[in-house]
Structures are given as C-alpha cells and as structure tokens.
Design a protein around this ligand. Structure first.
Ligand code: ZN
Length: 267
C-alpha cells in the first residue's frame, strides 16, 4: 500500500504503516514539483544525471522545504550497487550540496534524531526501515545487485547488532521500483540469482528466452529470513516503469532520466 501526498504541485509517496508515527518523516519523491526540464522533468534530485546542477540544487531546496527538513541535515552517499551499510551520525551531515560524498555505501541507518537519510532511485528498489521501540531508522538502495547481495538482510542485522532491535519490532516498506514484468533479464543474471539461493526460483517466471524476478518479494523474503514479520513489511506495489509519467525510470527512459529520492528522518 502507499499514500500519494499532495503539497500543491509537490507530490510524494508515503507508506501507511509509517504514517502513524508522529516522530518520523519519510518520503519517496515523484517527478512532480521541481524545476528541471526534458528527461529530468521536473523533480530531479540527482546531481550526476546530466541535468544542470543549479536545477538539482533548487529541487533539493524545494523538496526539503516541503518536507520541513533542513538541507544541512541530509546525508547522502554515492551509491554503487553494493551491500555496504553505514551507521550515520551528526558528523556526516551538511554535505548535501557540496559535492563531497561518502563513497560505495548503499544503505544508511541511524539512531540519531534530525538526520535525514537519503537514497536515490530510478527503478532500483528503495527499502525503508524503522524500529519504533529502539528508535532507529534506515534506508537502502537495493537494485538487483544489492538485492542479490542481500543488503536488506544486512540492514536488519545492523539494527539487531548495533541497536539491540527485536526483528519483530522493525517495520519495513518497499517503495516504487521495477515490477516483476518490467525486471527482465537474460540467463546470465537469472543464474546469479538461482545460484545465490535456490528459493529465489519461487519468485521467477520466464517469458520466451527472458527471465523475470519479483525483486519486491525477494527483498521481503530476505527480511523475513532475519525475523521481520510479514505483516510488518509494506509493499507499495508501484512500478516506476509502468508509471513513468509519475516516476523516473532508467529502463523506461533509455537511461536518460532524473533520480527520485527516498528520505527518512526521526524528529
Ligand atoms: Zn512495471
């Protein structure tokens, strides 16, 4: 499930299971409400997309203002499809617009308030995490490589190891990203999945010579394996490629696209 929120022309997605917590801000942006043009139209949050830096900066400022987040409290990284997750503290803040990035990190988590964890997406699966008991939040960029490397399970284990979280307390949400029909791969990638875990075959179907995996269900399976309860995993069931008018899609736009942002912050 998801909720589409509308602040004038800035539209963003939230998850009903996360909406109930007053001390939490979370958001997955749409294309709406920014100043960029062409394939970046209009709310492009990504600096390395070919869009003008000035427009991206303006978009970040608009988004932050709409969400009531201080831009200086945002922490972002340069994502490289790893399963590296990082514990974030105040020292990592304040670099959103400076271009100074944390390299090779695809998952961020913290137990500190007023740190806005941000991830970037254009088809790759965003996963949001929150432990309302231990007061910890996280976000992961789980494209197919990150999914294969089990960044979702690694994040759950980080909560358990670092915050003493009970897995049954953790809630998670899987945001807009490629659906099973749109995630089409050849045999070489299919073999990577099947060699990693034979259970992944349950989440695979074939169409002619092509293979399709359900990355939402695989990530859900990987989180359940670490003890998160199925009822605590919310699937938005929104596909970025099927809904390209609403979301940037790498596959839907032939690689010429902006980036959407996932954000989570404890107040
Ligand atoms: Zn789709």
């Amino acid at each position: 499930m998801y909720k589409l929120n509308d602040l004038q022309d800035f539209k963003y997605v939230t998850f009903p299971s996360f909406d109930g917590y007053d001390d939490l801000i979370h958001c997955f942006t749409t294309r709406n409400g920014g100043v960029s043009d062409g394939p970046f139209k209009s709310m492009n949050i990504g600096f390395r997309t070919g869009d003008s830096a000035e427009n991206v900066k303006r978009n970040v400022e608009i988004m932050a203002e709409k969400l009531n987040i201080n831009v200086d409290n945002i922490v972002r990284t340069h994502q490289t499809h790893t399963n590296n997750v990082m514990y974030v503290t105040e020292e990592h803040k304040g670099k959103m617009l400076s271009g100074s990035e944390i390299e090779n990190v695809d998952g961020l988590y913290t137990d500190k308030k007023n740190i806005a964890l941000m991830s970037f997406h254009a088809d790759c699966t965003p996963i949001f995490f929150y432990d309302p008991v231990k007061k910890a939040a996280g976000i992961a960029h789980a494209g197919w490589r990150g999914t294969l490397l089990n960044i979702a399970g690694k994040m759950v284990r980080a909560f358990i190891d670092d915050f003493n979280s009970e897995p049954s307390d953790i809630i998670a949400a899987i945001g807009p990203s490629l659906c099973q029909d749109c995630f089409e791969v050849d045999k070489d990638v299919a073999d990577l999945f099947l060699n990693e875990n034979s259970e992944f075959e349950k989440y695979m179907k074939t169409k002619g010579s092509k293979y399709h995996f359900n990355l939402w269900e695989i990530n859900s399976f990987l989180m359940r394996k670490e003890g998160i309860e199925e009822k605590n995993i919310e699937l938005s069931n929104l596909c970025t490629k099927c809904n390209n008018h609403m979301f940037f899609s790498h596959r839907g736009q032939g690689g010429k696209r902006g980036l959407l942002a996932g954000i989570i912050m404890m107040k």
